[in-house]
Design a binder for this molecule. Structure first.
Ligand code: SF4
Length: 92
């Protein structure tokens, strides 16, 4: 089973309260923004024109990569979703 097939069987229960929150000003001053390249769900988008980081938690796979690669500690909150929310992996 390849990664696309795995995602086809993945579902999300979205919590209105995000489980990851960034201080966007920290991202403006970051020198590599590794989250934009390492997040497998592409939750992070950097706009060079606007000098702005956008983060959408809806598709977060809860892998923890962004927490590890962020050497600026841009998170004002990083935790797993509350019980009953977040990603649900299903195997066929
Ligand atoms: Fe992306 Fe993983 Fe961070 Fe979720 S935990 S935002 S999937 S890098």
């Amino acid at each position: 089973m390849n990664i696309d097939e795995i995602f086809d069987f993945t579902s999300f229960t979205i919590d209105r309260e995000p489980h990851i929150v960034l201080d966007p000003q920290v991202c403006v001053n970051c020198d590599n923004r590794g989250c934009t390249n390492s997040c497998p769900a592409r939750c992070y988008t950097w706009s060079e024109e606007e000098k702005k980081m956008t983060f959408v938690h809806d598709g977060c796979l809860e892998c923890g990569t962004c927490y590890v690669v962020c050497h600026r500690n841009a998170f004002t909150r990083w935790r797993y979703p509350r019980g009953g929310f977040g990603v649900a992996y299903r195997m066929t």
